[in-house]
Design a protein around this ligand. Sequence first.
Ligand code: MN
Length: 286
Amino acid sequence: MKLLHENLPFTFGGVENDFARAKAGVLQVPYDSTASYKTGMRHGPSAIIDASRNMELYDIEFGCDISQKVGFYTYDELHTDKGSPEKTVKIVEESVAEVLKAGKLPIVLGGEHSVSSGAIKACKEEYGQLSVLQIDAHADMREEYEGTKYNHACVMRRIRGITSECVQVGVRSMSEEEADYINEKKLGGSIFGPEFDAKKVAGMLKGNVYITVDVDGFDPAFVPGVGTPEPNGISWEQAMELFSLIKGKIVGFDVVELMPIAGQARSEFFCAKLAYKMAGYALLEK
Ligand SMILES: [Mn+2]
């Protein structure tokens, strides 16, 4: 698989695409074929890139221009398989493996949530031990949905099959099947709603940490541009507090499920700054 692309029109942060210097590799996965309600997540990555070119690169909290210290390399959009979520997940896995092989922090911009399991599989292969933090309104613990195990509604079930070290926060919506499964497997202690104790959650995340952010985990007042918005949700401050407690342990992350709303930039700006800050927590605090 060849990922490099030297002449992208737009890059994350609008920064120069310097492959040798970059410590982070940005992958765009424009995919939304299993979306259950509204679609449009395929436009998420380009909307995040576009917003990121217009945000301030100096960060008050870090006291520096994160992009200068980290260096971002933006890859061309992945060619997903619209007819097969399974093949798309595999394409993401191979692409993230390549980013890891190049010694860079993988940053995956979705696209719908199903793509995250490919990224996590690649990180688990690379690191052996991997904890996963999921921010999401939904448990995503169905065994299968609409004929495929690779539906976005099943992604945490797939991820928990890759690593048992998972913590979910912001969860406030699930099916009866999922509730029964969680009770039966006694997983309730690792699944929290929008009110969670950041120190407790951080304490559960051992070793290498991958963070998968379905932005519907946040209150839709902050991020209205999602396919399946749920009332309530976590705040920006809660997320930043949690990331600051696990900084330096983050080995990869994704920001998924953005569904841009025409004429309103709030959601894509939120996602762009979120990914930018997360890269700072991952790479500037080693
Ligand atoms: Mn969700």
